[in-house]
Design a protein around this ligand. Structure first.
Ligand code: NAD
Length: 359
């Protein structure tokens, strides 16, 4: 297969972890006979420094031409002034908007050899394999909002949760398709006992699943109950789909289950165009440039890229098996090493994964 992959290393540890994922993708291409062309572009703080724009036109144009995008991370203290008009995170929000990336996918699958790193007991977290699908471009973060003064001198503020049938259908359909490739179970999370927007989600989602995916085992759970189930019985879920605000909170709760930020990838997908793949962690300025960053989340993001944007399931699974195998041998970067335990550098971890790739 031929594919153009855009690399957006970004700031802080972004370039360090993206470099390892790049090497893994190159090795996969060699082993499986694919031709991947890579182009590297600026995003975030480094783009502000270079051209005063966190998402320069060259970057977005290259992304549009590509099949998939691999991002490191953006931001850092240098650009942290909250009153600044131009900020690194604007690059991320704009790229999602420009590419119509309406669904965020986060797999939560604790590594078997790291179960004791979870804040939950091993027997609760064991067997957990959830794919969260969060709606990313609608809801309360994008609805009408306002702030005004009241006659008594106090203030009133409001935000509005807005969804259309089409916005719900496209993300539920994407989640249902993913569930069909997995254990065929889909859970939709809402707050239909209180919110009108949730009642629309419930009607639209149920109608779509019944008519297009009748073989799915489908259920609905209220968001407050889901917050409890996620830590009481996380292994009961397969694919979970929900709106933007609920997804924001639940995916962060879920991210705690595996015990380390450095292990979790995510994907943002739209209709047809390129997908954006990244680790869920930030640019970790406290450890940047020291070889301390764990590259596994970004390497696992590259596996998602192969699966979701290029349809290369075998190659994706190969990377995931290699990562699990390396962790099984006891290799650890500093963030996941126990105190006193030996740890390896970012590049050494990349080497170990590459050595463990089979085929
Ligand atoms: P962070 O995720 O960068 O770091 C939190 C903690 O986890 C730090 O102690 C860091 O050293 C550690 N950590 C994170 N990733 C790691 C890795 N791969 N290996 C080892 N340790 C790792 O979050 P933060 O400190 O709140 O934010 C730092 C900067 O990143 C801020 O400017 C923030 O705006 C930005 N940020 C960017 C993204 C993104 O690019 N998607 C996401 C979150 C935060």
């Amino acid at each position: 297969m031929n594919a153009l992959i855009v690399l957006l290393p970004g700031d802080g540890i972004g370039p360090e972890v993206a470099a390892e994922a790049h090497r893994v993708l190159q090795r996969i291409a060699e082993r499986f006979g694919h031709h991947f062309a890579f182009q590297t572009h600026l995003i975030g703080g480094c783009a502000i420094d270079a051209v005063n724009d966190p998402l320069p036109p060259d970057t977005i144009n290259a992304c549009r031409e590509s099949q998939a995008i691999l991002l490191g991370a953006v931001g850092g203290p240098k650009w942290d002034d909250p009153t600044a008009k131009i900020r690194p995170e604007q690059g991320l929000l704009r790229i999602r908007k420009e590419l119509g990336l309406f669904a965020n996918l986060r797999p939560i699958r604790p590594q078997p050899s790291l179960l004791d790193a979870s804040p939950l007991r091993r027997e609760i977290v064991e067997g957990t394999d959830i794919l969260f699908v969060r709606e990313l471009t609608g809801g309360i973060y994008f609805g009408d909002s306002g702030l005004r003064g009241l006659p008594d001198g106090s203030e009133l503020a409001f935000n509005t949760m807005t969804y259309t049938t089409g916005e719900i259908e496209r993300v539920v359909r994407l989640a249902a398709k993913a569930a069909m490739q997995r254990r065929k179970k889909l859970t939709m999370v809402d707050k239909a006992n209180v919110l009108e927007a949730s009642r629309l989600w419930r009607r639209v989602s149920e109608r779509l699943v019944k008519s297009e995916f009748p073989e799915l085992d489908y259920d609905v759970v209220l968001v407050d109950a889901m917050a409890m189930h996620l830590i009481a019985r996380p292994s009961a879920f397969d694919v979970v789909v929900t709106e933007n605000l609920f997804g924001d909170i639940l995916t962060d709760e879920g991210a705690m289950l595996p015990g380390s930020l450095g292990l979790l990838p995510s994907a943002s997908l739209g209709d047809g165009g390129p997908g954006l793949y990244e680790p869920i962690h930030g640019s970790a300025p406290d450890i940047a440039g020291q070889g301390l960053a764990n590259p596994l989340a970004t390497i696992l993001a590259s596996a998602m890229l192969l699966r979701h944007s290029l349809g290369l399931e075998e190659e994706a699974a190969n990377i995931e098996r290699a990562v699990a195998g390396v962790l099984e041998t006891g290799a650890r970067t500093k963030d996941i090493a126990r105190s006193g335990e030996q740890w390896v550098s970012t590049t050494r971890m990349g080497d170990l994964v590459i050595e463990a790739l089979s085929g």
